[in-house]
Every structure is written in C-alpha cells, then in structure tokens.
Design a protein around this ligand. Structure first.
Ligand code: SAM
Length: 237
C-alpha cells in the first residue's frame, strides 16, 4: 500500500503566528501551547492513561510549507546554511512526506464532554499546525544518551545576549497579567538568533527584524552582536 490518506486528529494553538522566529527544535524555549483534539477524537477515553507521562511525541503536518515540495538535499542551519546533506539526514520541513515530529512536555490534560485539550510546553509548532498523532514518550526506549548526533551533537549554543529598551520593557509590563512569562520567552527565543544563517553576521545584513508572537509584532535589531528588543506592536484585528 503506497497511497493512503491521513486525517488530522487535532490542531495546535501556539503563540507562533509565523514561521520566522520559531525555535528550530522542541525543548529550546519553554513556551506553552495547546493541542485541541477534533470532535471525532475528543473523547476522554482516547487519552486515558496519558496523564501519567511527562512528555509526548507529536506528529504533525508542516502545513505551511507543504506546497513547496522537497529536494533530495537541504542546507541545515546547524551547518551554517551553506553545506548540503540529504533530506533524510535532516529535520527539514521540505520532505517527500512533510511530517514533523516533536517531543514536548505534557503539562496537563483538560477533558470536558466533547472537548479534549492537551496543554504542552516547549513546542516548535506554528499556530494552526494539524496534528496527525500523539504518542507517549518512553524514556527507556526513546532516550539514548550514547547516541551520535551527527552534525548537531548538542543543543545549539546561545548566540547572543538579549537586551531591551526602556520602551520595550514598559510595553512588556502592560502584558504582565495576561503573559507573565513574556520577558523570559522573548529572551529565550532571541538568544538563539533566529535569523537565517546567511543573514547572521553577513555583509549587508538587514539590521532590523520582526516576528509575529501572540497578537503583536516583536521588533528587534542587532547592535554589536546583541539583540536589542525595541518594540512590541499590537497587530490589528
Ligand atoms: N521538531 C520537528 C521535526 O524535527 O520534525 C520540526 C523541525 S523543523 C526544523 C522546525 C521548524 O519548522 C520551526 O522552526 C518552524 O519554522 C517550522 N514549522 C513549525 N511548524 C510548522 C508548520 N506547521 N508548517 C511549516 N513549518 C513549520
């Protein structure tokens, strides 16, 4: 059987409204998100027992890049963006079957008649990502401390210090009640320098950057190798 059809079992609600700026792997930024199961699967018995696991595997569709197809080789950011490896030696979203997998913390499960929400942390998932499957993370089988990590043997190094202007801190303060972790989240995101490798440190680089987070555009610029957050601009509508 080579040709088959999959149905999404749910959808991700996350603070990442655009691809740019999303962590490149799970676990790098401890940010909350929710997986909402679709009505056919939103049954308490379908998640029974899952609450005993601290982490889950989420299999999902790279829905935003699905139409861009695939190439047999890709340039992973971990290799500086100019060295090619085979697509199957990468975690690229441009794959023959655009399926992603991420291990995330399962913070809690909320079940009500006809609705199931999984509260997760540490995801690298775009808002609206279709979820294809969820499985418990099994430490004895899935955690292999002696495994070789190829060109990505360890967590990426922190790339830059993150600073805030007084004006940006004042805006963050206005979000304190709704988003108490905002300052930490921004710091954790930008310290890995989300700019594409070909822009980071290159000649003629664009000095100012923006990413859509929650319902605002986070703006920063690079100054002397540091990321300086200078504004958070609410998005209309
Ligand atoms: N952990 C996953 C894996 O290994 O399959 C994803 C790795 S991929 C390199 C991570 C990037 O995928 C994120 O930084 C984000 O830019 C992108 N991404 C996340 N959700 C996506 C989606 N629904 N459609 C397209 N790209 C997405």
């Amino acid at each position: 059987m080579n040709d088959f059809h999959l149905n999404a079992i749910g959808v991700v609600h996350s603070c990442f409204k655009q691809k740019f700026g999303i962590p490149r792997q799970p676990g790098l930024v401890d940010v909350p998100a929710v997986i909402e199961l679709y009505p056919d699967y939103a049954r308490e018995e379908a998640v029974r027992g899952l609450e005993a696991f601290s982490h889950i595997w989420v299999l999902f569709l790279f829905h935003q890049t699905v139409r861009q197809g695939w190439k047999p080789t890709v340039r992973p950011p971990r290799l500086g963006g100019n060295e090619r490896v085979g697509v199957f030696a990468s975690r690229s979203m441009f794959r023959p079957n655009p399926i992603g997998l991420s291990v995330v913390e399962l913070a809690s499960i909320e079940c009500e008649p006809g609705s199931v929400h999984l509260h997760i942390r540490g995801g690298d998932l775009l808002d609206g990502t279709p979820v294809l499957d969820i499985k418990p993370y099994l430490p004895y089988a899935d955690a292999l401390p002696d495994a070789r990590g190829g060109y990505a043997p360890a967590c990426p190094e922190v790339a830059c210090e993150v600073m805030f202007t007084h004006a940006a801190l004042a805006v963050i303060e206005t979000y304190r009640e709704r988003l108490p972790e905002l300052h930490q989240t921004i710091t954790a995101l930008l310290r890995y320098d989300p700019r594409p490798a070909y822009q980071a440190g290159g000649v003629g680089q664009k000095p100012e950057f923006a990413m859509r987070l929650y319902d605002f555009d986070l703006k920063w610029r690079m100054e002397e190798g540091k990321a300086l957050v200078y504004d958070l601009v609410p998005v209309e509508g």
